[in-house]
Design a protein around this ligand. Structure first.
Ligand SMILES: C[S@@+](CC[C@H](N)C(=O)[O-])C[C@H]1O[C@@H](n2cnc3c(N)ncnc32)[C@H](O)[C@@H]1O
Length: 213
């Protein structure tokens, strides 16, 4: 996807209010299920590396926890600037600001926004982007060692729910849509980029997959 047709209006959906809610939840109960699983795999030595690239990292809570767990440096790329203020406050509070870089951009339309990292992760991001293959290919190309992808299962009830999730962005005039991409397409994009699937877990709503180079 070229910059000419990159989706617009993500800021209207992923905004400051959502960021504040996410930060309150993080303060109350820590990471949500899928990033928490990635953190556990890192702590258990199932995945490793010194550098982390998170695409669609939201408030950047995973970066903070991964640095505390042993990652050396992290980059967080997000298309929306709506999370930036909250992310900066959390990072400053953690005392880890010098080790995380935050960048704004669509990884597909603006490939220069991020270089390679040992570990590349996308939690609930593939479902937010129209071209799953392009996004996963761009992420996989940057993964020196591991790629973690967590995305919704392709069940009938998930597909049925998608139009409901999309009422709000339509009303707000945003291009953002919740999408249930076929898992086979997501996996094929990663394996075609030279990675192999080494772990697959199923949660109630999502797949959590690990690929290695
Ligand atoms: C549903 S949020 C998930 C946030 C976080 N990963 C979490 O699990 O809480 C998806 C985020 O991905 C970002 N995003 C979607 N496609 C992207 C792309 N191609 N490049 C960079 N960010 C993207 C959106 O802006 C949004 O902030």
């Amino acid at each position: 996807m070229s910059a000419c047709c990159e989706p617009q209006g993500y800021e209207k959906v992923f905004d400051h209010r959502g960021a504040r809610r996410a930060a309150a939840r993080y303060a109350r109960s820590g990471l949500t299920t899928l990033p928490q699983r990635t953190l556990e795999l890192y702590r258990d030595g199932v995945i490793h590396g010194e550098t982390l690239l998170e695409i669609g990292g939201g408030i950047g809570d995973l970066e903070i926890e991964m640095l505390r767990a042993g990652i050396d440096r992290a980059v967080c790329v997000d298309m929306s600037t709506g999370y930036d203020a909250v992310a900066a406050r959390l990072l400053a509070g953690s005392g880890l600001a010098g080790r995380v870089e935050r960048r704004t951009g669509d990884l597909v339309a603006h490939p220069d926004v991020a270089g390679p990292a040992d570990l590349v992760v996308l939690h609930s991001v593939v479902c937010c982007y129209p071209d799953a293959r392009a996004l996963v290919t761009a992420a996989a190309d940057r993964a020196r060692q591991y790629l973690v992808l967590a995305f919704p299962k392709n069940t009938w009830w998930m597909r049925a729910a998608a139009p409901l999730f999309n009422v709000y962005p339509r009303l707000r005039g945003s291009d953002w849509r919740f999408r249930v991409h076929p898992p086979a397409d997501v996996v094929a994009a990663a394996t075609d980029a030279g990675l192999r699937e080494v772990r697959s877990e199923r949660f109630v709503f999502d797949h959590h997959l690990v690929f290695a180079r």
